[in-house]
Write a protein that binds this ligand. Structure first.
Ligand code: BYC
Length: 318
C-alpha cells in the first residue's frame, strides 16, 4: 500500500495522527491554515468584548467578562501551540496576521456598540463556535483535537454567560428589551456567516471531510445552529430578524432566509467595518508586549544554561 493509502486507512480506522507521523503535505497545509486562522480568530475575538470590560454595568459582570476574554487568549495559546507541532513558527503566523495576509473569522469585523452586544456575542457567536468546535474534538489530528476539548468546555460557559445577559435585558425595562433586540438584529446574520460558504461553494470541505478534519459540513452545522437557537430566541421573547424563518414539519428543521454572501466575501477580503481597526489594535498590543516576550525568553535561556551546568556537575559526581 502507498504511504497515502496507509495514511487514509489510519484515518478511516479513527487512529489519531500525531506530529511525528507521516502525513501528506496537503493535509499538513490544510491543518496549518485552519488552526492558524482559528488561533487568530481567538485573539482578534478578544477585541470586541475587551472594548466593554471598563464599561461593564456591575463588578460581577466585569469579572465574568474579564475571565471570558482571558479564556480567549488561552485558546489562542493552545491553538498556536497546536499549529507549531506541524513545523511552523508562531512568530511567522502572527506576522501573516499583522500583514493582513492571514484570515480570521469574519464575525470579529463587526463593532460592539452596546452592552447588549456582550450578551449577543456570548449567546450567538460562542453558540456558533461551540456548534462548529465540538465536532473538531474528534478531528483526526491529535494535538488539535485535544486542544479543542478544553476550548469547548470554556465556550459553553461563554455561551451561557451571554444568554444570561440577554435574559436579564429581555426581562428588563422597555429600553433594555429594545437594546437586546437591536443586538440580535445586528449579530444574527454575521453569526450564520461564521460557518463559512455554502457547501457547494466551499473549496475545502470535501477533502477535509475525507481526512476527518471536518466531521460536518458548513451547511449542516449552520442548520443545527439555527435549529438550536430559534427556540432560545422565542424563550427570550425576541424576534430573529428573518421573515423566512419558520419550522418545517416535514424536514423536522427550520427553513431560513438567504444569507448576503456579497457582504461575507467583502468582510473576508478585509473590507469589513472594523478590519483595519482590529489589525491596528493587534499590532499595537504585540509591540507593547515585546518586553514581556523578551523577559520570558531571557529567563528561559538563563534557566536552561543553569540546568546545563547542574547536569554537568551531577555527571561529574556520578
Ligand atoms: N470567516 O472551504 P471553506 C471564537 C474562508 S473564534 C473568514 O469552507 P474551511 C470566539 C476559509 O478560510 C472561533 N473566512 O473553508 C473567539 C477559506 O479561505 P482560504 C473561530 C472564512 O476551512 C472570541 C474560504 O473561506 N472558529 O469562537 O473548510 C470570542 C473557503 O471556505 C470563514 C474557527 O476558526 C469565516 N467565517 O471551513 C468569541 C473554527 N468561513 O483559507 C468566540 C475552525 C470560511 O482558502 N475553522 N472562510 O483562504 C473551521 O471550522 C473552518 O476553517 C471553517 C471554514 C468552517 C471556518
Amino acid at each position: 500500500m502507498t504511504l497515502e493509502g496507509q495514511f487514509q486507512a489510519k484515518i478511516d480506522a479513527e487512529v489519531k495522527i500525531e506530529p511525528k507521523d507521516w502525513m501528506p503535505d496537503a493535509y499538513r497545509k490544510t491543518l496549518i491554515r485552519q488552526i492558524a486562522q482559528h488561533a487568530h480568530s481567538e485573539i482578534v475575538g478578544m477585541l470586541p468584548e475587551g472594548n466593554w470590560i471598563t464599561r461593564a454595568p456591575s463588578l460581577r459582570r466585569k469579572m465574568v467578562l474579564l475571565a471570558k476574554v482571558q479564556d480567549e487568549a488561552g485558546h489562542g495559546l493552545y491553538l498556536y501551540s497546536a499549529a507549531e507541532t506541524l513545523g511552523v513558527e508562531r512568530e511567522d503566523l502572527i506576522e501573516e496576521l499583522h500583514e493582513g495576509k492571514a484570515k480570521y473569522s469574519s464575525i470579529f469585523n463587526y463593532p460592539s456598540l452596546t452592552w447588549a452586544d456582550m450578551g449577543a456575542i456570548g449567546w450567538l457567536v460562542d453558540g456558533a463556535a461551540i456548534m462548529n468546535q465540538v465536532p473538531l474534538c474528534r478531528c483526526s489530528y491529535g494535538p488539535y483535537a485535544r486542544a479543542m476539548v478544553r476550548i469547548c468546555k470554556e465556550e459553553s460557559f461563554h455561551q451561557r454567560q451571554g444568554f444570561e445577559i440577554m435574559l436579564t435585558l429581555a426581562q428588563g425595562s422597555e429600553a433594555q428589551k429594545r437594546m437586546a433586540q437591536d443586538a440580535l438584529n445586528r449579530w444574527w446574520w454575521p453569526s450564520l456567516m461564521m460557518f463559512g460558504p455554502h457547501d457547494k461553494d466551499s473549496p475545502h470541505t470535501e477533502q477535509s471531510m475525507k481526512w476527518h478534519i471536518k466531521r460536518l459540513t458548513n451547511d449542516e452545522l449552520r442548520q443545527r445552529f439555527v435549529d438550536a437557537t430559534a427556540p432560545q430566541a422565542a424563550f427570550l421573547g425576541l424576534t430573529i430578524p428573518d421573515p423566512d424563518l419558520k419550522w418545517n414539519e416535514e424536514k423536522g428543521q427550520y427553513d431560513f432566509g438567504a444569507i448576503n454572501w456579497d457582504e461575507f466575501w467583502e468582510v473576508v477580503k478585509g473590507n469589513g467595518p472594523c478590519n483595519r481597526q482590529r489589525l491596528q489594535a493587534r499590532v499595537k498590543a504585540h509591540e507593547a508586549g515585546a518586553w514581556v516576550r523578551d523577559a520570558a525568553m531571557a529567563y528561559a535561556e538563563k534557566r536552561s544554561a543553569r540546568e546545563e551546568v547542574m547536569n554537568k556537575q551531577d555527571a561529574r559526581v556520578a
